[in-house]
Design a protein around this ligand. Structure first.
Ligand SMILES: Cc1ncc(COP(=O)(O)O)c(C=O)c1O
Length: 429
């Protein structure tokens, strides 16, 4: 049992065991292949009802959407639009047509950079980002700035991994055309004060794009309360399927956007030579056949989360994160980066003195524990901590305190391996 003594929260996570049976991959393990899955920030496992929603869609309702004058196509269109309504309600968006289905967060941010970004950012302008962005919320803006001749201004986080609202506000100026910030850091789990950041930006009429990839699985998100002008997330990190995600955009902004990709589903009228008339958003931004089954299954995932209850999900995260922080602190030579227990969001990142994070990851894998180690697609942020990378424990609703206990025991036997000896400064993931 847990050697991580002293936790005032007790040893039981709120969810954990009680929901594990919902996740076939955790239950039906091949003999001899145990799985302690602690890489949920990369992608979460899927509950049976999400798998059922996917399969049932193909079994019952599959047809192309918005294109057919027959009952099955009407039904497919209906279930697709119902999925959109589920997302609208999950995000508390004001209007249904503010929800665009996209393949994922990366796709949403590239769409925004290439449409909204191109429309509002010009030569000599500025785009403000934070120093804690995932490459997916950094590189589209960096490329946009390079192409149009604008400046990318980065607001660094402090040594504790927190972003100062005053620092952010100070970076905004008359040349700032947009700001892009993550809601929750995928490296440290730090939760940004998005409401304060958007308020500061709006005082200068600067619209804010929020990357919600790590927030949506862990906390209720209200885009209006946050003041987000755009908000995006990936279904697969929120217990939904791969290949589907969401871009929310305030109606007045979204409806101004030109099409990102053009083609089927986006047009009102095309003639051989005349101008092309496009339909309004969201269809204007969903060129081609959408991932209908994915949208339906994503809606099932969001319903699943709502059914578990956000109070329990947050309490569960709190127990796991605090327990993990204590567990790591109890390992000689280990150091937690940032302050993940300040507002627990399911992520704890740490380093082990003198052992390359890939060696730690390999060692944990030998104990049946799956974690991510390295730079977590946030190279520039990880570099600010002067480490080659971190080991990241990221929790889902099915993880347990017992699993953290296992990690704790395994970490105490970690030793330098090949990476430490032969490639101490190399990292690529
Ligand atoms: C904060 C953050 N933003 C963006 C992404 C990219 O998400 P996707 O690969 O699903 O597009 C991730 C994925 O890890 C992330 O953690």
């Amino acid at each position: 049992m847990v050697e991580v003594v002293g936790t005032s929260l007790g040893n039981r996570a709120i969810l954990g065991e009680t929901v594990r049976a919902d996740f076939p991959i955790l239950v039906d393990r091949p003999a001899g292949e145990p799985l302690v899955y602690l890489d949920n920030a990369a992608t979460a496992q899927k509950p049976q009802r999400v798998l059922d929603a996917l399969v049932d869609h193909y079994r019952r309702d599959n047809a192309n959407v918005g294109r057919g004058y027959y009952r099955l196509s009407h039904r497919a269109t209906d279930v697709y639009e119902q999925a959109r309504a589920t997302v609208q309600s999950a995000l508390n968006a004001e209007h249904l047509d503010e929800i665009v289905f996209v393949p994922g967060t990366t796709a949403a941010l590239n769409l925004l950079a290439d449409t909204f970004g191109r429309a509002v950012v010009g030569q000599g302008d500025q785009v403000v980002v934070t120093g804690m962005e995932h490459n997916s919320n950094l590189l589209p803006w960096r490329r946009l700035c390079a192409v149009v001749g604008a400046d990318l201004v980065t607001v660094p986080a402090g040594p504790d991994g927190r972003l100062g609202v005053a620092d952010f506000a100070a970076a905004l100026g008359p040349r700032t055309r947009l700001a892009a910030v993550t809601h929750v850091s995928n490296v440290l789990g730090t939760v940004n004060p998005v409401r304060e950041l958007t308020a500061a930006a709006h005082r200068l009429d600067v619209p804010v794009v929020v990357d919600g990839a790590q927030a949506v699985p862990h906390r209720p998100v209200d885009v209006r309360d946050l003041g987000a002008d755009f908000y995006c997330f990936s279904g697969h990190k929120a217990y939904g399927p791969l290949g589907i995600g969401v871009l929310y955009g305030r109606r007045d902004l979204l409806h101004e956007l030109p099409p990102y990709q053009v083609g089927g589903g986006t047009v009102k009228g095309v003639s051989a030579t005349g101008p092309v008339a496009y339909v309004p958003a969201p269809a204007r931004l969903e060129a081609g056949t959408p991932h209908v089954a994915g949208a339906v299954a994503l809606a099932a995932a969001l319903d699943y989360l709502a059914g578990l209850g956000w109070d329990d999900i947050r309490a569960h995260d709190e127990v796991l994160v605090r327990t993990a922080v204590e567990a790591v602190a109890d390992v000689p030579g280990a150091r937690v980066i940032g302050d993940p227990a300040a507002d627990p969001s399911g992520i704890v990142s740490f380093v082990l003195d003198g052992i390359h994070p890939y060696d730690v990851g390999g060692h944990l894998d030998a104990h049946g524990v799956a974690v991510r180690s390295g730079v977590h697609c946030a190279n520039t942020f990880v570099d600010t901590f002067d480490v080659v990378g971190t080991v990241r424990l990221s929790f889902g609703v099915y993880n347990t305190v017992e699993e953290i206990d296992l990690v704790h025991r395994a970490l105490r036997t970690a030793r330098p391996g090949l990476w430490t000896r032969e490639h101490p400064t190399k990292r690529f993931l």
